[in-house]
Design a protein around this ligand. Structure first.
Ligand code: ZN
Length: 617
């Protein structure tokens, strides 16, 4: 037996990662998964096999897990002279022993927090710990694995009893089969005795898997088991932090004396009251910032910048007096900023998922380029962090051709476009025959109150079933697209799906960006909220472009009685500018999936929403 290829896949990746109530849970799940995968790969390399995809980082096994170590769906190895079954066993053993080590430490936290932890609780714990992972592996060709993977795995032991409040599918750890009350008492009790980093809320009740994720920060900080010291203990920003960052940036850049004064007082209050800190998001500081110290507002949880947080139990860790001080500072800052024309902080953040198109086909048809492809994908994964962070976002995972990131509403489209360019550039060095590697994106613009697990699952749906299934009726091409949808307080709302480049190589995102700028009054002539709403109605009423729609929109635009519009109407130049604006709006709104000229009523509404910044207050 010589040089056989082994394809090995551990799962469930997607559901394991997305079972999360907070971005911190998400980050913990994917970090742990990346560590498990990398350790399994290292074990195989240690036994004499050679990882082909992903490549093993050259750093030592004790150094921090590198940025592109991530969650590969499939790992490919060259078995050299080894029996593939031996290589697979080495990897599975390593995966299981590390997982067991982490779970043992997490369970001990629970046992220390609750002396009542008994055999019944232990039996639930063990069943869940041992029943989570599956592994499939094949030798030979990649297609064999796909055939194997299409066999659905069923969890053999159905879960009984009260369910975990995070995943909703596994039983919550409990002391007996008793009542809901018993279980609530158990969890309420330990929410106060667990280390503060574990942060289980009073009303939560968790299964072994979700608890282990929740405990990860604590275990990492203690280096238990020692392999975890390769991860970083710092916490991940919350959805609220991503929502508020655009507003904070405007506050930091303000030249209004009252706003700066109020912001300084806010910062003093946060420091004095020992407010909760978070990993600060990056904002670019432009020239002429009057009080650079104000960027430290980003070091604190953004919950403090919303009046709604003070009405909920979110800031309950603080004494009443401190909470009052913080509340007063927040109120003063919000009022001063509003007077200076800075609208309140947004209630929305963006979830971005991206994934290379036709990756299986590309890999199986380009056998000889395999290690070049792995290297190009590593290069891409490395650049994703700097692109996303430069736009005030954070990557949850980026590995292979896969990416999950959180961003503010205002930068997510530009970030997606930059990432698409980076992907194309990383892959351009490889001489592919007959195929142009492309990438697609799913984006959910989610209200920060929306349930995170559902939002992430929905974003997978937007990527896999909407963007990747999108078909241009004229060019007959598929994929190479992005799908974006709003998720407001009542669930999924308006949606837009487009190819990155519409016919004639015009960047769709650049067109949208120009229109959003016009709707924000940053460029002339402006697009008013009322006009965009009316445009959507006209699209619905007249649907197909019969030539009449342009004249209707033109007349509608000038129906506004504002001074600015009147002035535009008076000159030929002004009228031409409006005609050009309407032309761009029509181009951006054209339905690509239909051959006849028809306009999508959601596009003007999406532009209107993006321009509003999702500000409620
Ligand atoms: Zn759970």
């Amino acid at each position: 037996m010589s040089n056989e290829s082994l394809y090995i896949s551990f799962g469930p990746v997607q559901s394991y990662v997305s079972e999360a109530r907070t971005t911190r849970d998400l980050w913990a799940g994917s970090s742990l998964l990346a560590l498990l995968a990398e350790s399994a790969l290292r074990a195989a390399a240690g036994a004499g096999a050679e990882p082909v995809s992903p490549l093993l980082p050259s750093s030592s096994p004790d150094s921090p897990l590198s940025g592109h170590a991530s969650v590969p769906n499939v790992m490919q190895l060259d078995c050299k002279s080894l029996d593939p079954q031996t290589v697979a066993s080495v990897m599975i053993d390593r995966w299981n022993s590390l997982w067991r080590g982490v779970c043992d430490e997490a369970r001990q936290l629970l046992e220390r927090a609750s002396p009542q932890f008994n055999n019944y609780a232990r039996s639930i714990w063990d069943r869940q710990q041992n029943g989570l992972w599956y592994c499939v592996w094949v030798t030979g060709a990649y297609d064999n694995l796909r055939a194997r993977k299409s066999i659905r795995q069923f969890n053999t032991s159905p879960e009984q009893g009260w369910k975990c409040s995070v995943c909703g599918s596994r039983q919550a750890i409990a002391l007996n089969e008793g009542t809901r009350r018993d279980m609530k008492d158990f969890w309420q009790g330990i929410s106060t005795t667990l280390p503060s980093r574990v942060r289980v809320r009073e009303e939560e009740r968790l299964c072994a898997i979700c608890f282990t994720k929740r405990a990860l920060s604590e275990l990492v900080s203690k280096g238990k088991p020692k392999e975890l010291s390769r991860l970083q203990a710092e916490s991940f920003p919350s959805t609220v932090d991503f929502a508020a960052v655009t507003w904070l940036k405007e506050v930091v850049h303000s030249h209004d004396t009252a706003t700066i004064h109020a912001a300084k007082r806010m910062l003093e209050s946060l420091r004095a009251c020992k407010a909760n800190r978070v990993k600060a998001l990056t904002i670019s500081l432009g020239w002429g910032v009057l009080a650079p110290d104000l960027q430290h507002l980003l070091d604190f949880s953004s919950d403090y910048y919303y009046s709604a947080s003070y009405a909920t139990r979110r800031l309950q860790d603080h004494e009443d007096a401190d909470r009052k001080t913080l509340r007063n500072s927040q109120k003063a800052l919000q009022e001063a900023a509003k007077k200076a024309g800075i609208l309140g902080p947004s209630s929305y953040c963006a979830v971005l998922l991206m994934d290379g198109d036709n990756m299986g086909k590309i890999l199986s048809e380009n056998e000889r380029h395999k290690s070049d492809i792995s290297k190009a994908l590593n290069d891409f994964a490395d650049t994703t962090h700097s692109i996303v962070e430069s736009m005030s976002g954070q990557v949850v995972y980026a590995g292979g051709d896969d990416l999950l990131a959180f961003l503010p509403l205002g930068t997510v489209l530009d970030a997606a476009l930059e990432l698409r360019i980076a992907y194309a550039s990383a892959m351009s060095s490889i001489g592919f025959q007959n195929i142009r590697p492309t990438i697609s994106a799913g984006i959910t613009l989610a209200n920060t109150t929306a349930p995170l697990r559902q939002v992430v699952t929905h974003t997978h749906h937007l990527l896999d079933d909407v963007a990747k299934e999108h078909r241009d009726a004229q060019t007959k091409t598929m994929k190479d697209a992005f799908a974006v949808q709003v998720w407001n307080r009542s669930g999924p709302g308006i949606r837009l799906v487009r190819r990155w480049d519409s016919t004639g190589n015009i960047s769709c995102i650049k067109t949208l960006r120009g229109l959003i700028d016009a709707a924000q009054g940053r460029s002339a002539p402006p697009l008013t909220s009322g006009f965009l709403y009316k445009t959507s109605e006209l699209f619905e009423e007249f649907g197909g472009g019969t030539g009449v729609i342009e004249s209707l929109l033109f007349a509608e635009y000038f129906a506004s009685r504002t001074e600015g519009v009147k002035k535009l109407k008076e000159t030929e130049q002004g009228r031409a500018a409006v005609r050009e604006l309407i032309d761009r709006l029509l181009k951006a709104s054209r339905r690509e999936d239909l051959t006849n000229q028809e306009y999508d009523k959601n596009t003007p509404l999406m532009i209107r929403f993006m321009a509003s910044g999702g500000v409620n207050e």
